[in-house]
Ligand binder design. Structure first.
Ligand SMILES: Cc1cc2nc3c(=O)[nH]c(=O)nc-3n(C[C@H](O)[C@H](O)[C@H](O)COP(=O)(O)OP(=O)(O)OC[C@H]3O[C@@H](n4cnc5c(N)ncnc54)[C@H](O)[C@@H]3O)c2cc1C
Length: 426
């Protein structure tokens, strides 16, 4: 069976079966078919709120800092009871995979998303407030890292938070950033500097490369935060645009971790997050291959079924093998994150996202091709999947950069190779 890798995860972790059933039931009820561009756009934010009411959000967040009561009065801790401890990341990956089978824009329904950074690294009041909003109320959190002049290069970020003693003054522009219209707040990556430092430096911002990255939680409704949207090629279920910060006054209690902790927070969060985006695309690719196989069986060319044409079989087999291999790698990395905690293999997670989104794109492209002209219309989910996955080959780190992260880590690793098996004594 094609879905064997997601089934294998459930076979390894049977305690997740109830959770997987709950997610599938929710999707069957609210998103029964894969989404096409031609159909009415699903009410994505409303679906997220419904998932929160059903207790299907927040299962991936740490439990110690959060209590069961929520501002919106819904039982957001119900899911934490169906997901056993130490399986939260795997559960999140499974939910993303299942959501991706319906649509890549469904990625926001179940996940705690970028709000997880505020819950994990924020002071108790920030952690609790963000948890209440994104889990209890089903609201959405975004991340504002990229800037118009620098997306891939974190050291090049120029958004500054000038330390005014009792507060920070934030200025700069972020984008392109997802969820600019929907998010209740953003984790903003910036450089915290002193007033004298800010006044005495060149305007080109080159000096800022030496200032370590910091992270803070910024409610979108804060005075001085302006949003501007644009129309992307895909992933149109959620807005994309710029955020402008015009001397935004930010309390220091909104800093995540200490000033300068931004890179650590970024790497730790994005290792898991990239695997989630990988899972969404792999779910979409799996559905695409299944639909294409069904069509190939039905469709005749001349006197034979499309499913009997050797080159068709070979291409579908290649796509299935690549998608299966990437799925197995991503689940194995999620299992390692569960085991190793903060000691995440950033390089492997980065490259796994790149590989998963690349193989998913190839699989959907083959699926579109084998649907013929029908595949090229807005009536099938293929073209939407192709556009959506295309975006995730750039978002959360362009794939070229992410493969480079793995190569760099291998090239600079000076540790002696560990033998796979111990040498037998003579
Ligand atoms: C759909 C979508 C959603 C997004 N959502 C968010 C969001 O929510 N928050 C946010 O902060 N940002 C978001 N982004 C921005 C995204 O993170 C950046 O686009 C990405 O990091 C690339 O930065 P850039 O656009 O400045 O491209 P550049 O840095 O200019 O790079 C352009 C291209 O050059 C190549 N390249 C760059 N550096 C290297 C390298 N070191 N090695 C090899 N090749 C390289 C890559 O092919 C890359 O795509 C989103 C982007 C997209 C497309």
């Amino acid at each position: 069976m094609f879905l064997s890798e997601s089934c294998a995860v459930l076979a390894r972790h049977p305690a997740l079966k109830d959770f997987a059933s709950s997610v599938t039931d929710f999707l069957d009820m609210h998103l029964p078919e894969p989404v096409t561009e031609e159909a009415a756009r699903p009410p994505w934010l409303d679906l997220r709120k419904r998932a929160a009411q059903a207790g299907l959000t927040g299962f991936d967040l740490p439990r110690a800092k959060t209590g069961p009561a929520h501002a919106c009065g819904v039982a957001g801790d119900r899911a934490t009871r169906t997901v056993p401890p130490h399986l939260e990341r795997v559960a999140q990956g499974l939910a993303m995979f299942l959501a991706g089978r319906r649509d890549c824009d469904a990625r926001e329904i179940f996940s705690s998303g970028h709000g997880a950074m505020a819950v994990r690294y924020g002071r108790p009041l920030v952690a609790r407030t963000v948890h209440d909003r994104i889990v209890g109320c089903g609201e959405l959190a975004g991340v504002a890292s990229s800037e118009p002049h620098s997306g891939s290069d974190l050291r090049g970020l120029r958004t500054v938070a000038v330390d005014q003693g009792d507060h920070l003054l934030l200025s700069g522009t972020k984008g392109l950033v997802n969820r600019v219209e929907e998010a209740t707040g953003f984790v903003v990556f910036c450089k915290v500097v002193g007033t004298e430092q800010a006044a005495g430096q060149d305007a080109d911002g080159a000096w800022l490369r030496e200032v370590p990255l910091s992270a803070l939680w910024l409610p979108t409704a804060t005075a001085g935060v302006l949003t501007e949207t644009t129309v992307p090629l895909g992933l149109r279920g959620w807005s994309l645009g710029h955020l402008h910060f015009d001397n935004v006054r930010v309390g220091k209690e909104l800093l995540l971790g200490r000033p300068g902790d931004g890179r650590r927070i970024f790497d730790s969060h994005f290792s898991g997050w990239r695997l989630m985006m990988a899972m969404v695309c792999l779910g979409a690719a799996t559905a695409a291959i299944e639909e294409t196989m069904a069509r190939a069986r039905r469709r005749s060319v001349g006197r034979t079924s499309l499913a009997n044409v050797p080159s068709v079989v070979s291409r579908l087999g290649t796509a299935a093998a690549e998608v299966q291999a990437a799925t197995a790698w991503c689940f194995s990395l999620l299992e390692r994150i569960e085991r190793d905690g903060e000691d995440v293999d950033v390089a492997a997670c980065s490259a796994a996202k790149a590989l998963a989104t690349d193989v998913s794109y190839r699989a959907v492209d083959i699926g579109l091709q084998l649907h013929g002209s029908e595949g090229y219309t807005r009536r099938t989910p293929m073209e939407k999947r192709l556009r959506d996955i295309r975006g995730l080959r750039i978002a959360d780190g362009p794939n070229d950069t992410l493969y480079g992260v793995l190569a760099h880590s291998l090239l600079t690793d000076s540790r002696p190779a560990v033998p796979l098996v111990a040498q037998r004594q003579a």
